[in-house]
Design a protein around this ligand. Structure first.
Ligand SMILES: Nc1ncnc2c1ncn2[C@@H]1O[C@H](COP(=O)(O)OP(=O)(O)OP(=O)(O)O)[C@@H](O)[C@H]1O
Ligand SMILES: [Mg+2]
Length: 222
């Protein structure tokens, strides 16, 4: 199986004066098209690891490769561009823009790179809202949506630029078990239909059990 992400000897140390090592010589290879769960206790280093995979943060040492290309050495500018094109993010606190409606939020990754969104782009955003089961609320302002609906808007937004990878940090962390199931099923459908690779941090054992692979992290070690 081809790997899409490869981490080699990754260390992450926070702080200058007081140093805390949170990732300890991590070696990890993620198969293209796989759906992965990252589990581990609070403070074990899950978010730190995901931020490095998603190029939101750089490791203190070690190599990060995406499809065989070194990304830990790239400039901020090229990283930002790769991130926008290749990676979709879903966070626990979805970071939608509350003053915009659902459709405008889904369009945001496109709007960052383009001044205007043509009809085709808007059609695509509408289709994505349909895919996550939210066609009716597209003109609702985000603050009028429920938590589960907001999370689904965030998923649609993550899909807008057809990313190869979706990284999710406790996407169902503040949802009830029914909503979590719905979100998991959306992830699995996208994974099957588009071959998108998923890495999902979760505390939910029932969700972790359904993924292709569980990666457990403990004190910064896998
Ligand atoms: N920017 C930072 N500066 C200093 N320490 C940090 C920073 N970010 C995280 N840490 C510390 O690194 C450790 C790992 O944090 P991380 O957020 O990766 O854990 P986590 O596994 O995601 O936990 P949780 O399940 O609570 O989200 C923690 O002890 C945290 O306090
Ligand atoms: Mg975390």
């Amino acid at each position: 199986m081809d790997s899409i992400i490869q981490l080699k000897n990754i260390n992450k140390i926070y702080g200058r004066r007081v140093k805390t090592q949170v990732l300890n010589n991590i070696n990890l290879s993620i198969d293209k098209g796989s759906l992965n769960a990252i589990i581990g206790e609070s403070g074990s280093g899950k978010t730190s690891l995901l931020n490095i995979i998603g190029m939101l943060d750089k490791p203190t040492s070690g190599q990060v490769e995406m499809e065989g290309k070194r990304i830990d050495k790239m400039s901020r500018r090229s990283l930002a561009s790769i991130r926008n094109r290749e990676i979709g993010f879903v966070f626990q606190f979805h970071y939608l823009l509350p003053e915009f409606n659902a459709l405008e939020n889904v369009l945001m990754p496109h709007s960052i790179r383009n001044l205007f969104s043509g009809r085709k782009t808007r059609e695509k955003a509408k289709e994505l809202l349909e895919l996550v089961g939210l066609p009716a609320v597209k003109h609702n302002k985000v603050y009028d949506l429920s938590g589960g609906e907001q999370q689904r808007v965030a998923i649609a937004r993550a899909l807008m630029n057809n990313p190869k990878i979706i990284l999710a940090d406790e996407p169902t962390g503040n949802l009830d078990s029914h909503c979590s199931e719905v979100i998991y099923n959306i992830f699995r459908d996208i994974n099957k239909n588009f071959g998108t690779t998923f890495i999902i941090i979760t505390h939910d054992e029932r969700i972790a059990k359904k993924t292709d692979r569980i990666i457990e992290i403990k004190d910064g070690v896998i």
